[in-house]
Write a protein that binds this ligand. Structure first.
Ligand code: SAM
Length: 288
């Protein structure tokens, strides 16, 4: 079953939460020169033009990145991380339309955010299983140390562990079309923990009324993994009658020191702008 296409959701509140977390983590990794191997296990298309037919169906970016883009000057002045992130978004628009006005026309996906951090000494592997999504990704210019792999991301990652570089950073962002994926992600995190104990791993999960993310969270705790920090951006309480995603979660193994403080500040600004009735909660899921 590969029905999910991220273009329907590009630039929504969950993308903002996930890509800001990713941007903040790479910000810390860039402080040291030693090489990093990056894996993006579920890469998607890489770039999402906002006028694509799929994106125009739901226009979720209007409750996500668009309001932040509109207020980018003021937001950038109040928060350095958000300011830098929004500057990168401006850069993505220029790349898409070099002669165009500063308008939001494209939303960059995780491969783009990761290539922003990629230096000559680093490596990036981008896995995508859907043939059409992989074709989109293949059509994009990427640095030579970024490899696109048409295949299963979790299996591909496990086969490549441990890595040759001193540092490893992984983004796991499945579509969770199959409910087994929550347990598969937990099992993959355990294997990373065994073979590359110091890896920084970011896992995105949806908050849905069925509460399946608890399988993932409970499983990693049971497996005895340590240093797991989580951040949840909650739009509204999941009422009994509610359906659909009510929030976005990020679980980070081995978060860089200071990440929590930095993200809490940025997410509180974003929450106030995108979800005045919502909340952002963070803290250790499993401590050291
Ligand atoms: N990470 C992307 C981003 O932030 O821009 C979005 C990824 S989207 C949520 C999930 C992607 O995983 C979809 O493009 C889907 O086709 C792909 N996918 C589904 N199962 C997969 C698997 N087993 N291995 C690799 N990719 C898979």
């Amino acid at each position: 079953m590969l029905a999910y296409q991220h273009a329907y959701h590009a630039g929504n509140f969950a993308d903002v939460h996930k890509h800001l977390t990713l941007f903040a983590v790479t910000h810390y990794l860039l402080r040291k020169k030693s090489p990093v191997t990056y894996f993006d296990t579920h890469a998607g298309r890489g770039r999402y033009p906002l006028d694509a037919e799929e994106t125009r169906k739901l226009e979720e970016y209007r409750q996500g990145v668009a309001p932040l883009w509109e207020e980018r000057k003021a937001l950038g002045q109040s928060d350095p991380l958000l300011g830098e992130w929004l500057d990168r978004l401006v850069q993505a628009q220029r790349e898409a339309r070099p002669e165009g006005k500063s308008q939001l026309t494209v939303y960059p996906g995780s491969p783009w955010w990761l290539t922003q951090a990629l230096r000559p000494q680093d490596q990036l592997s981008l896995f995508e299983l859907h043939p059409k999504e992989h074709d989109h990704l293949s059509g994009q210019a990427l640095p030579t140390n970024a490899r696109r792999i048409h295949g299963d991301g979790l299996e591909g990652l496990k086969k490549r562990l441990p890595v040759a570089t001193p540092r490893l950073c992984v983004l796991i962002d499945p579509s969770y079309e199959r409910k087994e994926e929550y347990a598969e992600v937990a099992a993959t995190l355990s294997e990373i923990g065994r073979k590359a104990r110091h890896a920084i791993v970011m896992i995105w999960y949806p908050l849905l009324p069925a509460g399946r993310h608890h399988v993932l969270l409970d499983e990693v705790k049971r497996a005895g993994l340590r240093k797991l920090w989580r951040s949840e951006f909650i739009l509204r309480d999941p009422g009994a009658a509610s359906h659909g995603m009510y929030g976005s979660g990020m679980l980070v193994m081995n978060p860089p020191w200071g990440l929590d403080e930095m993200l809490n500040q940025t997410m509180s600004l974003i929450r106030a702008r995108l979800a005045p009735q919502g909340r952002h909660e963070s803290g250790w899921w499993v401590g050291e």
